[in-house]
Design a protein around this ligand. Structure first.
Ligand SMILES: [Zn+2]
Length: 317
């Protein structure tokens, strides 16, 4: 393929940061521009205060779910950022226990077996099914709380620097059972501008789990909704001569995937929304037929179709 694929991940999406109308405006924009990317759905975010999105209690929650149901047809994939983007949910007791380990850290804990991950992801998928939401992939819920920071340091010191491979296996098993929307499951763990690629982490025939590494940053306000962290020029300058997207297109890179956060990106309160629209407009005008927008799962589906791999691998494609 000659064209550079463009895509994005949007983290932390929920109806509480900005209402359902904001998500509808976002989807309408994506659809009308013919662009594509991903936006996460966190069914148990703030569960203590709001309950679960699978049991909506407010008009805003119901309206938000309606929008999530149409996301895919608008060009937007749906990642789980696990269940809560916080403490591990206890599906039996239907709560987040006080002392629960945080989900992102739990993905890295080396002792967790495949079955535990598979059961947990399976529960999240079932919660989605209750409201007609199908997941396409997974985003690692990052956390810098004291407990996570301390434990991540301990793990690093003992040589554990990656997600537990059992988590990849569990995702693959669920994919082969048709629990995800597609054959492949793209995952967003860490951005890496230098060593990026669609890293196949588990595969079975043309089913595959990919660590699809973002190679462009978040200059749409990040999770702090910070105006100092907004720059359309970071992606593409007004004359189309510089910026990360331009750089990757000129280098013949297979893709440019950037990431954003709903706090900064959303059209209602996000300081990055105008910049996002500006970037999309500049790309259309200045890069035109050199790029093609794709949902992350569309990209990994295509990768997998090109070269089905049998057995488990940990390499780069
Ligand atoms: Zn934490």
């Amino acid at each position: 393929m000659d064209k550079t694929v463009l895509s994005f991940y949007c983290d932390d999406t929920s109806p509480y940061v900005a209402g359902a109308d904001a998500f509808r405006t976002f989807l309408d924009f994506v659809k009308s521009e013919g662009i594509a990317g991903e936006s996460s759905v966190i069914l148990g975010i703030g569960a203590e205060a709001h309950g679960l999105l699978s049991r909506p209690t407010t008009d805003n929650e119901r309206a938000y779910i309606e929008q999530v149901q149409r996301a895919f047809e608008c060009g937007v994939d749906t990642h789980m950022e696990l269940m809560t983007h916080g403490g591990l949910y206890d599906f039996e007791r239907d709560c987040v226990p006080q002392d629960a380990i945080h989900e992102g850290l739990w993905l890295h804990e080396p002792e967790v077996p495949v079955e535990a991950y598979e059961s947990y992801f399976g529960h999240v998928i079932e919660e989605g099914e209750k409201i007609g939401v199908r997941f396409t992939g997974v985003t690692w819920p990052g956390c810098s709380c004291d407990a996570c920071t301390r434990r991540y340091r301990e793990l690093r010191d003992s040589g554990v620097t990656h997600v537990n491979p059992n988590a990849w296996q569990a995702l693959l098993s669920l994919a082969t059972r048709g629990k995800f929307r597609g054959r492949t499951v793209p995952c967003f763990v860490h951005p890496d501008e230098e060593h990026y690629g669609a890293r196949l982490t588990a595969a079975d025939g043309d089913y595959g789990v990919y660590d699809l590494i973002a190679n462009a940053g978040d200059w749409f306000g990040i999770w702090e909704n910070d105006a100092a962290r907004v720059s359309a020029d970071y992606y593409i300058s007004a004359d189309g001569e510089s910026g990360r997207i331009v750089e990757l297109v000129r280098a013949g890179a297979p893709y440019c995937i950037f990431y954003a956060h709903w706090q900064g990106l959303n059209p209602a309160t996000g300081v990055g929304w105008e910049a996002f629209k500006q970037v999309v407009g500049r790309v259309r005008k200045l890069l035109g037929d050199q790029v093609v927008w794709m949902r992350p799962s569309e990209y990994t589906d295509q990768k997998s179709g090109q070269s089905p791999i049998f057995g488990i691998v940990n390499g780069c494609l």
